[in-house]
Design a protein around this ligand. Structure first.
Ligand code: G3H
Ligand code: ZN
Length: 290
């Protein structure tokens, strides 16, 4: 069933587990994510980036996720990931998204606050949950290039600013920059737990969101989910599984020309990765009627 974030994420925050948020850009990936959640009887978040919306079309992607959610027996949240413009966020809310992220983390602090507060006013009037980011995450969705002496540490979340940001915007969840990196596995990414705990103390009343989870060591992710973060975003590891399965297919010659023989095993490969993550984040068996 299509569900809202509010109770699901606050339940996770109170009970020391996290809900997995997985990126989808087509039918097979969305199906794989929800099939995994059904197999693990866990709530799940299916999210689309602006790039996925551009690729598939907003109404098409929204209808695919809504239909798959309604046909499942677990709570499924339909979320906009890294919404950059207020216009896109509003379009997604009109299309039935039950949760949105406005990511203006690369803008000056006061501008970030102003835009996010505008989105919160619009979304809350329509019962929609809002995630926003403070501090920026290096990689495809955030700081695309490091200039001069900048390192990923140059964009970490400032706990003091976090308190002001949450107070002035009334957001429902905060995406933090604590050392993870979007995309490929650089080996530089790891979670700075001392900073994560400082941010958590500064904004203890709302759930925190960890981005860039691909490539992070399982034991570190598990530790983060036990009481620090309530939503974990995973994208690249799903893409890697998808491509690996397609690669397997093309290693052998085939009589028939049937895309289902390529996309079917790729869907199963993604389902397996999502099931492993749901176990790791601790939300298996927590599904209930919300
Ligand atoms: O918002 C999406 C995520 O932060 C994905 O990051 O590709 O490193 O898993 P990832
Ligand atoms: Zn992200």
């Amino acid at each position: 069933m299509l569900s809202k974030s509010n109770i699901i994420l606050t339940d996770a925050m109170r009970a020391d587990y996290a809900i997995g948020a997985f990126n989808a850009s087509n039918m097979e990936i969305a199906q794989a994510i929800v099939r995994a959640a059904v197999a693990k009887q866990s709530p799940v978040i299916v999210q689309t980036s602006e790039g996925a919306i551009e690729y598939a079309g907003l109404s098409v992607m929204a209808q695919i996720i809504k239909t798959i959610a309604e046909e499942s027996n677990v709570p499924v949240i339909m979320h906009l990931d890294h919404g950059k413009s207020i216009a896109t966020v509003k379009r997604c809310i009109e299309a039935g998204y039950t949760s949105v992220m406005i990511d203006n983390s690369t803008l000056p602090f006061q501008e970030n606050i102003k835009n996010v507060a505008e989105v919160v006013a619009y979304a809350h009037a329509r019962g929609v949950w809002v995630e926003a980011e403070l501090g920026a995450i290096v990689g495809k969705e955030g700081v695309k290039e490091l200039h001069g002496s900048a390192t990923p540490d140059s964009f970490l979340t400032d706990p003091k600013q976090a308190m002001e940001f949450v107070e002035k915007t009334s957001i429902d969840s905060l995406a933090v920059s604590v050392g993870t990196i979007h995309g490929a596995f650089t080996g530089q990414e790891y979670i700075r737990f001392e900073l994560l705990e400082e941010v958590e103390r500064a904004v203890s009343h709302i759930p925190l969101v960890l981005h860039g989870a691909s490539g992070i060591a399982s034991e570190h992710l598990q530790k983060a989910c036990k009481g620090h973060v309530s939503k974990v975003n995973v994208d690249t590891e799903l893409r890697v599984a998808f491509e690996a399965a397609c690669g397997e297919y093309f290693k052998t010659t085939h009589e028939s020309y049937d895309p289902r023989s390529i996309l079917g095993p790729a869907r199963d490969a993604i389902q397996k990765v999502v099931e492993e993550k749901i176990d790791l984040f601790g939300s298996s068996g927590t599904s209930k009627i919300y």
